[in-house]
Design a binder for this molecule. Structure first.
Ligand SMILES: *[C@@H]1O[C@H](CO)[C@@H](O)[C@H](O)[C@H]1NC(C)=O
Length: 357
C-alpha cells in the first residue's frame, strides 16, 4: 500500500520535473528566436485593463452640465498612455531621449495620411509649436498630399507622400539598404530610421478584386527586400537596418463611408495581413503588427473617419520604432549618463543584456 503511494508520488514528481524542464526548453527556444526582445516589441501587446468613466454623456446630460457650470472638465477620453508589449517593457521617449539618439540624424516616413500622423507624432514630441504650425500650413493648402521636411531639435524629419511605395525618391532611399550595399547610394545619405506605411488600404480602395492583392504584394516586396536581417538592438556589432513597416490598418468598419466600406472589406484586409504574417521571421521582425493590436476593437482609438487613429494612439505608435532604434543606444551609455533610470537591461524591449551589473 505504502509502496504504491510512494511510487505514485515519485511518478508525479518526475512528471512535474519533466514538465518544468519542458517549459524551460520552450522558453529558451522562444528566447533564442528573439533573444533581445526586438520581435516582442513590434509583434503584440495590450493596453492595461480599463474601466470607462461613470458619466455617460447621453444618460447623464445634467451631470455634464453641472460640471461645465462649475468650470470643471468632463471625464477624460480613454487614456492611451501605457502600452504593454507581450514579453517586455516599452519606454516612452521624451524629447531629450530622442535628441540623444537621433540628433543630427535623419528619420524618414513614407506612405499616405496614416503615416503622416506618425510624422506629426514625432514632431509633436520634439517641438509642439512647430508641429502645430506645420499642421496648419499643410492643411490650408488645396492639396495637402505632398512631401514634408523639417529639422527639429537637430533631428531631420522627412515625410514622402507615396501611398503605393513606388516613387523614384522612395526607391532611391531603399537602395541605401540593399544587401551588399549598392553602387550609387552614398552611405552618408542613409536615413537612420525609416517608417513605412503599407499600401494595403490604397490597393483595396483603388484596385479591382482580382488586382488589389497582387498590387499589395508587389509593393510589399519592394520593402521586404531590405528586411533580410532580423532587427537587432543598436550596438557595437552595428546593424543599421532600421526600416519598419506598418501593417494594413484594420479600420473601424462601422464608421466607414458606404463606398469605402465595400472596398475595405474585412476579408480583403485580413487576406493582406495574413500575407504579411506568412513572410519569413526576419522580415516580420520589421513589421509592427502591434499597431493593429492597439486599435482593433478599441473604438476610442479611432478618429471619425474610421481609418485614422487618435493622436494619443499615434503617440504610442511612434514609441515602437523609437524603442527599436534607440533602446540599445541609450542603455549602452555609462550609468552616470543614463538619462532614463526606468529602463533596464533585463526587462526593456530590444536591448542586449548587461554583463556588468
Ligand atoms: C505607382 O502605382 C500606382 C498603382 O499601381 C500607379 O497608378 C502609379 O502610376 C505608379 N507610379 C509610379 C511612379 O510608377
Amino acid at each position: 500500500m505504502f509502496n504504491v503511494g510512494h511510487g505514485a508520488v515519485n511518478t508525479a514528481v518526475r512528471l512535474a520535473a519533466m514538465l518544468f524542464c519542458f517549459g524551460l526548453i520552450l522558453q529558451a527556444l522562444s528566447n533564442a528566436a528573439d533573444p533581445y526582445r526586438c520581435g516582442a516589441l513590434v509583434r503584440h501587446g495590450s493596453w492595461p485593463p480599463y474601466t470607462p468613466p461613470k458619466i455617460n454623456p447621453a444618460a447623464d446630460y445634467e451631470q455634464l452640465e453641472t460640471l461645465q457650470r462649475q468650470g470643471r472638465d468632463p471625464p477624460p477620453a480613454r487614456p492611451f498612455d501605457k502600452w504593454e508589449p507581450a514579453g517586455c517593457r516599452m519606454h516612452e521617449y521624451s524629447r531629450e531621449d530622442i535628441r540623444a539618439c537621433l540628433g543630427g540624424k535623419r528619420v524618414l516616413f513614407v506612405g499616405d495620411s496614416t503615416v503622416r500622423v506618425l510624422f506629426f507624432a514625432a514632431l509633436t514630441r520634439l517641438e509642439h509649436e512647430a508641429a502645430e504650425w506645420l499642421l496648419r500650413t499643410t492643411f490650408i493648402e488645396r492639396n495637402p498630399r505632398h512631401d514634408l521636411a523639417i529639422d527639429s531639435e537637430t533631428v531631420q524629419l522627412q515625410f514622402i507622400w507615396d501611398p503605393w511605395l513606388n516613387s523614384t525618391t522612395f526607391l532611391e532611399e531603399m537602395n541605401h539598404f540593399e544587401p551588399g550595399n549598392s553602387k550609387d547610394a552614398d552611405p552618408a545619405d542613409k536615413p537612420d530610421l525609416v517608417i513605412i506605411g503599407s499600401a494595403g488600404l490604397w490597393a483595396a480602395r483603388n484596385e479591382a478584386d482580382n488586382l488589389y492583392f497582387d498590387t499589395f504584394c508587389a509593393s510589399t516586396a519592394r520593402v521586404a527586400r531590405v528586411m533580410g536581417d532580423a532587427v537587432q538592438p543598436f550596438g557595437k556589432q552595428k546593424t543599421d537596418n532600421y526600416v519598419f513597416l506598418a501593417p494594413v490598418q484594420i479600420p473601424r468598419y462601422e464608421l466607414l463611408l458606404p463606398g469605402r466600406a465595400e472596398s475595405l472589406s474585412p476579408e480583403r484586409i485580413a487576406r493582406m495581413n495574413n500575407y504579411l504574417g506568412s513572410l519569413p521571421p526576419a522580415v516580420q521582425s520589421h513589421i509592427m503588427t502591434a499597431y493593429n493590436d492597439m486599435t482593433y476593437h478599441v473604438p476610442e482609438a479611432y478618429e471619425d473617419t474610421g481609418l485614422h487613429v487618435a493622436d494619443t494612439v499615434a503617440e504610442r505608435w511612434i514609441d515602437i520604432p523609437l524603442n527599436a532604434r534607440c533602446n540599445g543606444m541609450l542603455l549602452e551609455r555609462p550609468a552616470s549618463e543614463q538619462p532614463v533610470p526606468s529602463m533596464s537591461h533585463s526587462t526593456t524591449c530590444c536591448c542586449r543584456p548587461s554583463f556588468f551589473c
